[in-house]
Ligand binder design. Sequence first.
Ligand SMILES: Cc1cc2nc3c(=O)[nH]c(=O)nc-3n(C[C@H](O)[C@H](O)[C@H](O)COP(=O)(O)O)c2cc1C
Length: 315
Amino acid sequence: MNIAELLNIKYPIIQGGMARISRGKLAAAVSNAGGLGLVGTGGLFTDEFIKEYEIAKELIDDDKYFGVNLVLIEPDREEKLEFIKNSDVKFVTISGGNPAKYVPILKEAGKTVYCLIGNSKMAKKCEDLGADGVILEGLEAGGHLSKATSMASLIPTIKATKLPVVAAGGYADGAQVLAAQVMGAAGVQMGTRFLVADECEVHDGYKEAIIEAKEYETDITGTLAGDPVRQIANDMTKQSLEYEKRGANEEEFIKLYTGTLKRAVFEGDRKTGSMMAGTSIGLVDEKQSVAEIFEELKEEYNKALEDIEKAKKFF
Ligand SMILES: Cc1cc2nc3c(=O)[nH]c(=O)nc-3n(C[C@H](O)[C@H](O)[C@H](O)COP(=O)(O)O)c2cc1C
C-alpha cells in the first residue's frame, strides 16, 4: 500500500504543513511536481489561510490537487474546520491535538484524513477513529516533536495498524525515501527539504541558515514544558536552554519566545528568530525549485535502488 496509488499522485511524497510557511505557492508547486502539497493553517488567522487556499487553487494544474493541514492547537480551529468541511479540499492532515472529535467530522464531509502522530499507540487510536492513514513523525523532525526516532518508531507503528503509515522526520534524500519504503512505509512527508525551495516564501536568511547548518546544529527547546520544538541552534535557543536549566518563570519565556517565528520567517533573523528545521538540514545544501528537488529525489532514489544490488553481497 503506497500513497502514490492511494492518493493518486505521481510520487509518494507529502510536503508537510509548516506554520506560517506552507502557503499556497509552495503547496501548488509540490502538487504540480508530482507530490502532494499542503496549505497549512498553523500560525495563520482563518482569513489568511483562506487566502493561501485560494492562491493554491489558482496555481494548481487542472489535473492535480493539494491538501490542507488543520492544526488543532489554534484558537480558531473550528472556523478553519468549517471552511475546510465546505471546501472542495479532498485531503486533510490533522495535527497538534486530540483528533477524536475531528476525524469523524471530516470523514462525514467526505475528506481523506491522515493524522500526524508520534508513536505506535496513536496509530491504533487513529485507526479506531476512522482515519484513512497516519503520518508518523519522529524526533528528527523540524518543529514540534515526539520522543522516539523516526527509524525506531516506524516499524512498531506499521505493525500496530492496518492504516498506511507515512514516514516523517529527518527525510530529505531519495535514498531515505527508498529506505522508508523498504521498512514498510506508504510514503514520506518532508518539511525541512522544502524550506529552501524557490517557491517557499520564507526570508532568504532562513534558507541560508538551513543551507549552512550541519545535521548536529539544531537545539530542542521546550522539553521541560512538555512541548519540545526542534530549531536551528542560535542565541535564542541557547537562552531558552539556559532558562530551562535554571527554571526561569513563565514571563521570561514568553518574553523570549514572542515574535520569534515572525522574525525567522519574515526577517530572516538568524540570531533571535525561531528557525524551526529538522536534523535533515545536514542534507540540504542549496536553494532549488520544487521541480529540481523532485528531480534530485528521483536520482537519489534510483541510485539507491542500484546500490541495493551491491548490499546483497554482504549477506
Ligand atoms: C518550520 C516548520 C513548521 C512546521 N509546522 C507544522 C505545522 O504547522 N503543522 C504540522 O502538522 N507540522 C508542522 N511541521 C512538521 C512538518 O509538517 C513535517 O512533518 C516535518 O517537517 C517533517 O520532518 P523534517 O523537517 O525532518 O522533514 C513543521 C515543520 C517545520 C520545519
